[in-house]
Design a protein around this ligand. Structure first.
Ligand code: ZN
Length: 113
């Protein structure tokens, strides 16, 4: 459900972008989703199909890339991807979530006409 405002936002941003850059049509959109964002690609796709009608991004293909949250070791400062484990792979120290990571919902690439 919470994908709805995110998709509305996305389409609004794409409309502004296509207008500013004189793009007639968007063919594909590559989206990054953080593992902690709780956005589900299929839900994003469903809302997108409904809401993109009549917009510059109508019928665009969506590609999703999932990214892990990042952790930083409290002992040695090493940064690592969260992999079911909060323990530093270098020294075994405790990892702490790097704020903002894993919560991404953003466009990393557009394919346009
Ligand atoms: Zn460490």
């Amino acid at each position: 459900m919470h994908e709805l405002p995110a998709v509305e936002n996305l389409i609004r941003t794409l409309d502004e972008e296509t207008e500013a850059r004189n793009i007639s049509r968007i063919k594909a959109i590559h989206i990054v989703i953080g593992e902690l964002s709780s956005y589900v690609g299929e839900c994003v796709q469903t809302y997108f199909d409904l809401l993109s009608q009549g917009h510059s991004c109508e019928d665009a293909r969506l590609y999703f890339r999932h990214v892990a949250a990042r952790f930083k070791c409290t002992s040695c400062g090493h940064e690592f991807d969260h992999d079911r484990d909060f323990t530093c792979p270098l020294c075994g120290g405790d990892g702490k979530l790097v704020p903002g990571t894993g919560k991404e919902f953003l466009v990393e690439k557009l394919e346009t006409d």
